[in-house]
Design a protein around this ligand. Structure first.
Ligand SMILES: Cc1cc2nc3c(=O)[nH]c(=O)nc-3n(C[C@H](O)[C@H](O)[C@H](O)COP(=O)(O)OP(=O)(O)OC[C@H]3O[C@@H](n4cnc5c(N)ncnc54)[C@H](O)[C@@H]3O)c2cc1C
Ligand code: FES
Length: 284
């Protein structure tokens, strides 16, 4: 791939057209057309560099930013990749400002995806998806993959308030989705983990599999609930990422055995028993 006759690193980095953008609650959704990449698996992410002002006069943002793919449609050669953006800093602000007709540099898909339920637990009767905030993005593409394979799933989503609940109707509009809002504006008043405890109490934990993505404190609560009930679980973690493909070791997260994993290649999806705490990515 070349831009202005110059090859751009890493080797699979490519320029993709923005096909569509729109607001979604407090978030922003945008779709890129990827003409060269393979189809991503649920849980994988891309390293994105958006807009003309990246590495601008103030030097920020400098590095690309890791963003999970929330949905994929089309076929290789013309894949449409949908992303859900929470504007927390200069990189995500530029992504949220993208308009159709502009382009975005993209590398990926990167990382270890979610496993299918039977691979985690041969007795699994279905899946329980637990998401919070912007962490609902990788669960959306996972849910579609489970539906396609005929795997029954229940989705539990938690948000602080309405302003931080973008993408729910568009990505999860189905009867099996239960919502929790901390401010009580809809659904259960409280945490999504309250819903998980209720669901697991009515289930045989030996036949359940939990998948989760969200804020570190929520993920840690899910990890410990699953550890205590003997439920298999996979968590999609976040940590600061500079390269996204294993070269810089900037995303190191401690494992239970005292060694480290590189979250961009050994994750972002990890098994609950691989890590001592889901808060570790923050401190790394
Ligand atoms: C595998 C992976 C997948 C991700 N998927 C998505 C995604 O689908 N959508 C998305 O919007 N983001 C996603 N992120 C998070 C995103 O990459 C980071 O938030 C990134 O640092 C944002 O860049 P920025 O320049 O906008 O903000 P930065 O300058 O990096 O951060 C600005 C400020 O916001 C704080 N901050 C950073 N991240 C968060 C956060 N997640 N929540 C609250 N505050 C934060 C920082 O501490 C800092 O104070 C993902 C991260 C990883 C590792
Ligand atoms: S982000 Fe560079 S090694 Fe993981």
């Amino acid at each position: 791939m070349v831009v202005d006759d110059r090859p751009i690193a890493p080797f699979n980095r490519r320029e993709c057209a923005v096909a569509e953008t729109h607001p979604a609650g407090g978030y922003r959704v945008f779709t890129l057309v990827d003409e060269q990449g393979p189809e991503p698996d649920p849980g994988q992410f891309y390293m994105l560099t958006a807009g003309d002002h990246w590495q601008g006069e103030a030097g920020r943002p400098y590095l690309p930013r890791a963003i999970s793919v929330a949905a994929v449609t089309g076929n290789p050669g013309a894949l449409r990749l949908m992303f859900l953006i929470d504007e927390v800093g200069p990189g995500t602000r530029l992504m949220a400002a993208l308009e159709p007709g502009q382009t975005c540099l993209l590398a990926g898909p990167f990382g270890r995806p979610f496993s299918m339920p039977k691979a985690l637990n041969p007795k699994a009767a279905g899946a329980i998806l637990v998401g919070g905030g912007i962490g609902i993005a990788p669960l959306a593409i996972l849910r579609r993959a489970l539906v396609k394979r005929g795997v029954p799933s229940r989705t539990l989503l938690g948000f602080r308030d309405r302003a931080h609940s973008g993408g729910v109707d568009e990505l999860f509009g189905c009867e099996e989705t239960r919502l929790a809002f901390e401010d009580g504006s809809s659904g259960h008043r409280g945490y999504v983990t309250d819903l998980l405890l209720k669901v697991l109490a009515g289930d045989d934990p030996g036949g359940a599999v939990v998948y989760s993505c969200g804020p570190p404190m929520m993920l840690e609560a899910v990890r410990s609930i699953c550890a205590e009930s003997g439920t298999a679980c996979e968590l999609a973690l976040e940590s600061p990422m500079a390269c996204g493909f294993g070269a810089c070791f900037g995303c190191a997260v401690p494992k239970t055995d005292g060694t480290y994993l590189r979250l961009c290649v050994d994750g972002p999806v990890v098994s609950g028993d691989e890590i001592a705490s889901a808060m570790a990515g923050e401190a790394a």
